[in-house]
Write a protein of this length. Structure first.
Length: 367
């Protein structure tokens, strides 16, 4: 079996597809050492700054905003318009954290990052949160000094092809040229899939997502592979979107969610519970339109805890007791964010529906 590997225009011919996996493992090892080295230096310098360590919450409060790492442009998840205004499901997560911390969802700045840059940017302190369609894996969770604070979108890797190619299944792609991003799980997944099915392929990998889209649109490859949500988002950038189709096969699990540095449990909890608050609000029927009414109407105990009328849950996070109320009022619940950002891509809720509506979206209770 012969596999060609091309990264940013350079082609490497490999006689054994497992060599790609070996190369990726070596890359992950190098990334691990780089990220941990940066994180260690950051921790040491922070500790020396005030003699006992400086929490992320204290740092963001001191500067007055949260620095959020996002994609370089993925409609529906993190994308800037012509005026520089960022929108998307991942963007809303960062705005939710800002609302919880500052009572102001606009107290956030965005750093567009490539897949290759993202983990180092987080470890170095360049960003406070990484909310960039990032897959939660064991390697990333245990070896890079990072913590995933939850899942805000359950996805899976898919493949898009021109309809003119005349294929209806990924099993018909033996020998195909395949475009994707470097520094992602997609390289490993596509290699696994082709090896398991006894097929060969030519991999054409780029650092930037827009480079992948441009190469695919120009016909440099037969297939574009990434998360299915990403395919739906990027399809709209093609010259003739309707001339392309996403094949039915889903070849991986891709739980996407926000990431923070290890070693700061308070910040980890703030990010995790900001996401949980949006999901719980949807389940309880509390929206940006009706949350104000909870202040003067009788509400259920669960709603009372959510909006800060009962308990001291904000205090336990180091925040105002109306932290979740501010999230819902200024950003909305999970359904509001999804419908504003992801639904226009033509992606139904599916597994991202609430557990009570046939999906697997589930948040721990506030109590």
């Amino acid at each position: 079996m012969l596999l060609n590997y091309r990264a940013c225009g350079d082609t490497f011919r490999v006689s054994n597809p497992s060599l790609i996996l070996t190369q990726r493992e070596e890359t992950m090892k190098n990334l691990k050492y780089a990220v941990l080295g940066v994180a260690g230096a950051l921790f040491a310098s922070s500790a020396m700054a005030d003699g006992h360590g400086n929490t992320t919450l204290a740092q963001v409060q001191a500067k007055g905003f949260i620095q959020c790492g996002v994609s370089q442009g993925l409609p529906g998840f993190s994308n800037a318009d012509d005026s520089g205004e960022w929108t998307g499901l991942d963007v809303d997560l960062c705005r939710a954290v800002a609302a919880a911390v500052f009572g102001d969802s606009k107290a956030v700045k965005f750093s567009p990052l490539s897949a290759k840059q993202r983990f180092t940017a987080l470890a170095s302190g360049e960003v406070d949160i990484l909310s960039r369609n990032t897959t939660w894996t064991m390697t990333r969770d245990t070896q890079l000094g990072l913590n995933f604070a939850g899942v805000n979108y359950y996805d899976g890797q898919g493949m898009m092809v021109p309809t003119a190619l005349g294929v209806t299944s990924a099993l018909e792609l033996d020998g195909a040229n395949i475009c994707t991003n470097t520094g992602t799980t997609t390289e490993l997944n596509i290699t696994d899939f082709f090896r398991a099915n006894g097929m060969s392929f030519n991999l054409v990998a780029f650092e930037k997502a827009d480079e992948v889209v441009a190469a695919y649109d120009a016909g440099r490859c037969d297939v574009y592979t990434t998360d299915r949500s990403g395919l739906a988002a990027q399809r709209g950038k093609l010259t003739a979107p309707d001339a392309h189709m996403v094949l039915s096969e889903i070849i991986s699990k891709e739980p996407l969610g926000p990431v923070v540095r290890q070693g700061d449990d308070q910040w980890f909890n703030i990010v995790r519970w900001s996401l949980n608050a949006m999901i719980n609000a949807e389940e309880l029927g509390i929206t940006s339109a009706n949350v104000n009414a909870t202040e003067y109407n009788d509400v259920s105990p669960a709603v009372a805890r959510l909006v800060g009328k009962e308990g001291n849950f904000g205090e336990e996070l180091g925040l105002d007791n109306k932290w979740a109320y501010n999230i819902i009022r200024q950003v909305g619940n999970y359904a509001e964010s999804y419908e504003a950002n992801v639904t226009p891509l033509g992606l139904a809720r599916g597994v991202n529906a609430l557990w009570s509506d046939g999906g697997i979206l589930y948040a721990a209770p506030i109590r």
